[in-house]
Design a protein around this ligand. Structure first.
Ligand SMILES: Cc1ncc(COP(=O)(O)O)c(C=O)c1O
Length: 410
């Protein structure tokens, strides 16, 4: 976002700004196609066989060979490559401006593949002290047994990361920004510089922002991770994950492991995700503007003790978010003066906001992270406050969403 030095005003905290190609590091258009054009066309040429204008679902496991080893277009077996998945992977690489994209059965499958590609027993990984609960569980309950150690760090300042790197080497610095569910913001460019100086790879989980709002590779990250289940899919009808790497050599190693481990996206899931991506830009604009209004209204509500939304000028990461994001996103978390009981009551009272896990779909969702998405972090340094409620603000009529929240808090 080139234009935003200090971000939005209180009256207009999350309005997306900038031109059509300015997310994540503020690259100018410079001859390449714009974001919306890539979302609709990258990897999605009309089908050469029939002219079908969207990629067909190649629901197939294997491909006829023209003589032994005579594979057509490189397709021999669908775990290794499938045309529908290839279309999604090409589009993901284009949107994140990476060397290569890879699509997985879930965000966790993508994370697992990445960590098993780049880490070996004895390696350390720095992770945010408010990372997504499933990511924490992968480190604490799975990778730990294989000798990969995680070190929770408060990523709000690049200095904290530098300190942690001085205490011991790390193979990977794992960032999430904004974080799930506390909406913490980390300065990707500053942390990339520190990580590289210390010989570590910088991985950024870009799920909450989506490539429309933020492009970590342009800010120095090495690999971007997505739960495509969220904004990329966008309709709460498919589970998926993705990796996009900046370096072609690393991308090829990841592709080798994707095939060797095997948790790939199926053709129909890849097709649904690609269908969602075509409208990502317009959906994100509305998610951002609805969330900005809701955050401002909640901040003025007497039952609410704190609103966590990077678009609010009071948010400690506001300036950094304004620098590295095109808009502030559709996720809003809030803490209630009435404590855990009030938080749980609110979650049970909304009518339009559906009580459910996940996020990033067109419909608004509400949840209690402490008892739901982040229950696996209970008792750990990543435990979330019990009075916390997380909203995934959808693209419904904003006045209706505001009415619903007001009646739920009454
Ligand atoms: C930030 C973040 N990263 C990764 C994941 C894992 O993705 P999936 O549920 O698709 O496996 C999630 C899921 O909620 C998430 O919120």
């Amino acid at each position: 976002m080139t234009s935003a030095g200090t971000g939005g005003t209180p009256a207009d905290p999350g309005t997306p700004r900038g031109g059509d190609d300015e997310a994540g590091g503020g690259q100018a258009r410079g001859g390449g196609a714009g974001f919306e054009t890539l979302a609709i066309h990258a990897g999605q040429e009309p089908d050469p066989l029939t002219g079908a204008v969207v990629p067909p679902i190649y629901q197939v496991s294997t491909y006829k060979q023209d003589g032994v080893g005579g594979v057509r277009g490189g397709y021999e077996y669908s775990r290794t490559a499938n045309p529908t998945r290839a279309a999604l992977e090409e589009c993901l690489a284009a949107l994140e401006r990476g060397a290569r994209g890879l699509a997985f059965a879930s965000g966790m499958a993508a994370e697992d593949c990445l960590l098993r590609t780049v880490c070996a027993p004895g390696d350390r990984v720095l992770i945010p002290d408010d990372a997504y609960g499933g990511t924490y569980r992968l480190f604490a309950k799975v990778l730990d047994r294989w000798g990969v150690r995680h070190v929770p760090v408060r990523f709000a300042t690049a200095a904290a990361v530098k300190d942690a790197l001085e205490k011991g080497p790390a193979r990977v610095v794992w960032l999430e920004t904004p974080t799930n569910p506390l909406l913490g913001i980390a300065d990707i460019a500053a942390i990339a510089a520190g990580a590289h100086e210390a010989g570590a790879l910088l991985v950024v989980d870009n799920t909450f922002a989506s490539p429309y709002l933020q492009r970590p590779l342009a800010l120095g990250a090495d690999v971007v991770v997505h739960s495509t289940t969220k904004y990329l899919g966008g309709h709460s009808d498919v589970v998926g994950g993705a990796l996009v790497a900046a370096d072609p050599g690393l991308a090829d190693r990841l592709a080798f492991h994707q095939n060797a481990i095997g948790a790939v996206a199926g053709p129909f899931d890849a097709w649904l995700t690609l269908r969602g991506i075509r409208t990502l830009a317009v959906r994100m604009d509305r998610h951002c503007s609805n969330a900005a209004r809701i955050a401002a209204a909640l901040a003025a509500h007497p039952a609410v003790s704190q609103v966590l939304y990077p678009g609010l000028p009071t948010h400690p990461g506001h300036e950094v978010a304004a620098k590295q994001m095109r808009g502030f996103g559709g996720m809003v978390s809030l803490r209630l003066r009435g404590g855990e009981g009030a938080a749980i009551r609110m979650c049970g009272r909304t009518r339009l906001f559906t009580l459910a896990e996940s996020l990033g779909g067109v419909e608004s969702l509400i949840e209690h992270p402490g008892r739901m998405t982040h229950a696996s972090a209970a008792g750990s340094p990543l435990e979330v406050p019990p009075d916390l409620v997380r909203l995934s603000v959808g693209i419904e009529t904003c006045d209706d969403l505001l009415d619903d929240l007001h009646q739920a808090l009454a």
